[in-house]
Design a protein around this ligand. Structure first.
Ligand code: NAP
Length: 374
């Protein structure tokens, strides 16, 4: 190097950038090591487990029925084998009729409940809700053997592939809704005599996606969940209309969404979806003992007289979609149901009764008239 040659130092700024870049590179390297599969897999699994845990907490969240009301001297019909509901009401001293289509199984369940609760008044009667004839025979037998009926719990349910009832109606609609409509209709006079009485329709929040096409009751493009949702919508509209027609006789009506409950309801759902749902129900869904609490609340709870005609979940009212409560729609379904059950005479009867009521309503009130003239 010559004597007069100048030494050129790299500027201070460049050194700092270089150092910074080196730091960044080592940090990135460390971070990449952290995100290696050995680290990432357990993190992802933990996040999934946490999500399932939170979902499970949400689905299984449950409000128990607070009422301590005893039911000695009261008769309750439960359709299907609603074992948990029957046990809860048996503990309170009610006489329970399990109305089911497998009488052997019904009797076995009745025996279990008798042993568990010490209540001897638990009996199984034969009822197939997929047959209007069977419903009629059940009501005949019930009326000839039992003097009272205080609570009717329309609990039985079908969810499965396309099938028809004995009378040729789409099965999900026929069992979940029409059969229960017919049963309630035939038992109404008895309940009126035993008033105050309650009808509890075990529906479902699935109703929100339900649609009733009066021109396509056979549901041409059948889909299991659509059929189920339609039947549950019909049950809720039945609850609303039954309240309008029967609450003056103190026969009160309630609909219940029990939540997702670990039962046999999904047993007929075919394919992978059915398998996944059946697997999930075991650890995600509520126990039947928790699931029956709102049904018990609507069957026995105090202070529910003024809230007849509503849908309940977790022992509280939930607002239904507004358009489903329209008078015209509920009435149309009611009249169609009477027709499908061969009760056309009843359509006329109610029409003339309501006409009389309307005429009386429009007539001038003699007391008011005389006040006016004074
Ligand atoms: N589980 C849930 O997550 C859930 C959610 C919302 C609403 N629900 C509603 O809760 C109610 C009770 O269902 P679940 O969950 O307890 O189901 P489940 O264990 O399958 O009980 C349904 C019952 O209905 C009976 N049944 C079916 N078809 C019948 C017919 N033609 N005649 C007489 N009985 C018949 C069944 O008897 P067989 O054993 O002889 O078939 C069974 O005992 C249903 O209305 C359902 O829609 C359930």
């Amino acid at each position: 190097m010559g004597k007069h040659q100048k030494v050129v130092h790299p500027p201070q700024e460049n050194i700092e950038i270089k150092q910074l870049w080196n730091h960044l590179k080592t940090d990135l390297k460390d971070a990449m090591e952290l995100f290696s599969p050995a680290f990432l897999v357990p993190v992802i699994i933990s996040i999934i487990l946490l999500c399932i845990f939170v979902l499970r907490l949400y689905i299984r969240w449950n409000v128990p029925c607070k009422s301590q009301k005893r039911l000695e001297g009261k008769t309750v019909i439960i359709t299907g084998l609603g074992r948990a509901t029957a046990s809860e009401l048996a503990k309170r001293g009610a006489k329970i009729i399990l109305a089911c289509r497998n009488q052997k199984r019904g009797e076995a369940v009745a025996r279990i409940i008798r042993n568990k609760t010490g209540n001897e008044d638990i009996n199984a009667y034969y009822l197939d809700l997929a047959s209007l004839r069977s419903i009629k025979e059940f009501v005949y037998e019930f009326n000839s053997r039992e003097p009272y009926l205080h609570v009717l719990i329309n609990n039985a349910g079908y969810l499965g592939p396309k099938a028809t009832t004995e009378d040729g109606y789409e099965r999900t609609f026929g069992v979940n809704y029409l059969g229960h409509f017919y049963l309630s209709y035939l038992l109404k006079e008895k309940m009126k005599k035993c008033a105050p009485c309650r009808i509890v329709n075990v529906a479902s929040s699935a109703y929100t996606i339900g649609k009733i096409d009066f021109e396509d009751l056979a549901l041409t493009n059948y889909n299991i969940y659509k059929a189920y949702a339609r039947s549950k919508l019909a049950q809720i509209q039945f609850t609303i209309e039954a309240h309008r027609r029967w609450s003056p006789d103190v026969v009160l009506s309630y609909a219940v969404h029990p939540g997702a409950v670990s039962t046999d309801l999904l047993r007929n759902w075919p394919g992978l979806k059915g398998k996944v749902l059946r697997m999930a129900r075991n650890f995600l869904f509520k126990s039947p003992e928790d699931g029956c609490q709102t049904i018990v609340h609507c069957a026995v709870g105090e202070g529910l007289r003024d809230v007849s005609g509503n849908l309940f979940t977790n022992c509280a009212i939930v607002q239904t979609k507004k358009n489903i409560r329209e008078k015209q729609v509920c009435r149309k379904l009611w009249d169609l149901s009477l027709h499908l059950c061969g009760l056309d005479d009843e359509i006329e009867k109610f029409s003339s009764e309501s006409e009389d009521m309307e005429q009386n309503h429009n007539k001038p009130n003699p007391e008011q008239e005389s006040k006016k003239s004074k």
